[in-house]
Write a protein that binds this ligand. Structure first.
Ligand code: 1HE
Length: 270
């Protein structure tokens, strides 16, 4: 069975009813699918995100993540917040952390398509992805300050690594909303494309990513952010280990030989 994007429905994930999951060769497309609630993330959806990213099918080399409807994601489902105790709040935040860690440190890179509202927990999940493609309709906000709460889905660790502590402080204290271009200038997205073009761009990028050697992708996903958190001396030591492991793999040997034998493309400016 196929969906409107022409992918094969991933029947193994039929229970994940808040996600629309289709497989397109080596790329899986995962769509947050609660458009009536602007893809607000309730507990069930957090759990489904964690489950999918912990079980990415073996044939998949990259994931495209997007949101159904006019908005990428309205953040935490606020209707579930009201009755939570302090102790339940800590556990709830840790469930988000587990799901967002699974996105960032799962098996394959994730390209996210951002459009409309990318707010609160929506920005938190976007910042756990590896590549962010924003349509011009995208806007970024952290309304937690206005709602009397704090980020709880990993935002305080991930957003400053993209946009800086000063930018996040401004967004949370003043409610400042950044448009797609301001977001790109701040490092919140890698690409800005016209309305309606985000998915095609993301598939293009994800297809390229999926054709990389798996160990190179692993190193970028797992080693790079950790090295960035280390002292330079420790980071360089880890880099040497990771470089040697990647170089030693058959895929690296074949790819380097292909270049030397003029069978692989050169680096070219666009
Ligand atoms: C929601 C949510 C939600 C919409 N939780 N139900 N996030 C926020 O503070 C953002 C709140 N949402 C909005 O500002 C707006 O909904 C949007 C700008 C995203 C979209 O506006 P619009 O006019 O297209 O939609 P709407 O009419 O506001 O919402 C449509 C429905 O979705 C409506 O429900 P209905 O039953 O009346 O139809 C809304 O109540 C519902 N809805 N957003 C619950 N967030 C891990 S900690 C993370 C902390 C945070 O993420 S805090 C930020 C929360």
């Amino acid at each position: 069975m196929t969906n409107e994007q022409g992918g094969r429905r991933a029947e193994a994930f039929a229970d994940l009813n808040l996600l629309d999951i289709t497989l397109h060769g080596a790329v899986a497309h995962v769509r947050l699918n609660r458009p009536a609630k602007r893809n607000a993330i309730n507990d069930a959806l957090v759990d489904q995100i964690r489950t999918f990213f912990a079980n990415v099918p073996q044939e998949i080399g990259a994931v495209v993540l997007s949101g159904a409807g006019e908005h990428f994601c309205a953040g935490l489902d606020l209707s579930e917040l009201a009755e939570r105790s302090v102790a339940d709040g800590v556990i709830h935040s840790r469930l988000w952390h587990a799901a967002m860690d699974q996105v960032q440190f799962g098996r394959v890179p994730v390209v996210v398509v951002l459009h409309g509202a990318v707010v609160g927990g929506g920005l938190e999940i976007a910042s756990a992805a590896h590549i962010r493609v924003a349509e011009t309709s995208a806007y970024y906000g952290l309304p937690e300050g206005q709602r009397g709460i704090f980020v709880g889905g990993g935002g305080s660790a991930r957003v400053p690594r993209l946009a800086g502590v000063a930018c996040m402080t401004d967004m949370m204290l003043t409610g400042r909303v950044l448009d797609a271009h301001e977001g790109q200038l701040r490092g919140l997205s890698h690409y800005v494309v016209a309305k309606g073009e985000g998915l095609a761009k993301a598939f293009d990028l994800a297809t390229k990513i999926a054709s990389n050697a798996p160990l190179s992708n692993f190193a970028v996903m797992q080693a790079l952010p950790r090295i960035a958190d280390l002292s330079q001396s420790d980071g360089l030591f880890v880099e040497a280990l990771m470089a040697a492991i990647a170089q030693g793999d058959d895929a690296a040997k074949q790819r380097v030989r292909a270049f030397l034998e003029k069978r692989a493309p050169k680096v070219e400016k666009r």
